[in-house]
Design a protein around this ligand. Structure first.
Ligand SMILES: C[S@@+](CC[C@H](N)C(=O)[O-])C[C@H]1O[C@@H](n2cnc3c(N)ncnc32)[C@H](O)[C@@H]1O
Length: 211
């Protein structure tokens, strides 16, 4: 009888040693898999410097409607910086803009390109890092990025955009540019900035004069 109990105990400890090892391995692989999927779908490419990385987060319907409201009366070329699944670009295209979406994540790009092809939309989705792209031919720019990159983006756009350009920014406003108007509230708030006004203000602001 004692032998029997010892054998059972021995079997149990063998079982718990091996099983707990396998369970740890299983949980570890599941985490790695989920993170890999998230990174593949949501993170921009490896070549974007860490401080400028912005993951995918889609615009809400209300946010998109607010962007279109602040583009009212404008026309011509429009660039969406980090176009994600293309929803802002499709909305802008539907009201007559000639749209280009810059996106660095291949999965999101494949999705938005096939949607454009399926719908017969004449939209360019370009696999390019917008930080390394000359944006001087765009009179309209839409942006839904992250607070940490907005100051750097102000400087780039101030150098490149034409005088009559308008930039529509979602959720995280520019830190220094004065906005011309705004729509919505909370997470759906968007701001419109006119480059002419931003340039004027940067010439007269103390920050600019000290430099
Ligand atoms: C917050 S999402 C916004 C997506 C879309 N514009 C929208 O409003 O639904 C930001 C997107 O920018 C892309 N992105 C981030 N950095 C980029 C870069 N340097 N060049 C191109 N795309 C970039 C990300 O992959 C992500 O899809």
């Amino acid at each position: 009888m004692e032998d029997c109990i010892e054998v059972i105990l021995e079997q149990r400890s063998w079982f718990s040693r091996h099983c707990s090892h396998n369970v740890t391995l299983l949980i570890g692989s599941a985490f790695a898999g989920v993170y890999g999927l998230w990174a593949a779908f949501c993170m921009p490419g490896l070549r974007v410097p860490f401080r400028l990385k912005v993951p995918f987060l889609p615009s809400t319907k209300e946010q998109t409607a607010n962007v279109i409201k602040l583009l009212d009366g404008r026309k011509g070329r429009l660039a969406d910086l980090g176009s994600g699944d293309g929803r802002l670009v499709f909305a802008a295209s539907s009201v007559g803009f000639q749209c280009t979406g810059f996106e660095i994540n291949s999965m999101l790009l494949a999705y938005s390109r096939s949607k454009a092809w399926w719908r017969g939309n004449d939209i360019h989705f370009i696999k390019k890092d917008f930080w390394k792209t000359d944006l001087s031919k765009y009179r309209n720019v839409t942006v839904f990025l992250a607070p940490a990159v907005m100051g750097v983006l102000e400087e780039k756009l101030l150098k490149e955009l034409p005088e009559d350009a308008r930039v529509i920014v979602c959720r995280f406003p520019f830190p220094r540019w004065p906005h011309s108007c705004t729509a919505g509230s909370g997470l759906n708030q968007v701001w419109a900035y006119d480059v002419h006004t931003a340039r004027e203000s940067s010439r007269t602001s103390p920050h600019q004069r000290q430099a």
